[in-house]
Design a protein around this ligand. Structure first.
Ligand code: HEM
Length: 140
């Protein structure tokens, strides 16, 4: 009881362990990664596979069948893919492309696109632990 200062949906006693971990995560103590450091967490350069959304890094290593090297969603790994989720695309080659190095960019998003990202955030927060934050220390 005592640790839960953040609001959880009423009646949701069955909140999972991972979601609980994510609700209680202290962002002031999370490791901070640059974009090029994050890129190494791709299951090859580093054994873990990480995916970031809105700056939060999730460890998706538990789901190698989707995110592992050579798998369908491997292209989402090692970067902040907020833009891909918002635009519902796996590659930023469309008219609204900002290029892969801007896969985190949401400055031009509509409310609907932001809502699509929100849904993915909820999905990830239930399934994958937050392990860090990604910041703009480098241009990559
Ligand atoms: C025609 C388009 C698409 C189809 C038919 C499709 C189908 C699927 C299916 C069947 C799964 C479940 C795989 C499994 O757990 O075994 C899945 C997972 C997933 N899809 Fe798609 N998908 C499509 C497009 C997209 C797009 C555009 C994105 C990203 C913007 C996306 C992101 C994901 C992610 C991240 C997962 C893994 C979720 C997880 O378990 O962590 N999908 N998709």
């Amino acid at each position: 009881m005592e640790s839960d200062e953040r609001a959880t949906p009423p009646g949701d006693e069955s909140i999972g362990e991972i979601e609980k971990h994510n609700l209680n995560v202290d962002i002031t103590t999370l490791p901070i990664y640059t974009r090029s450091q994050l890129a190494q967490f791709n299951g090859t350069d580093r054994p873990q596979t990480y995916v970031a959304i809105r700056g939060y890094i999730y460890d998706v290593s538990s789901n190698a069948k989707n995110y592992g090297p050579g798998k369908s969603y491997h292209r989402l790994v090692g970067k902040d893919v907020t833009r891909l989720f918002g635009l519902n695309t796996l590659s930023l080659t469309s008219a609204r492309s900002q290029g892969d190095s801007r896969s985190w960019y949401t400055g031009d998003f509509t409310a609907k696109e932001n809502a699509a990202v929100d849904s993915w955030v909820s999905f990830f927060r239930k399934r994958y632990p937050i392990v860090g934050l990604v910041v703009d220390h480098d241009s990559g």
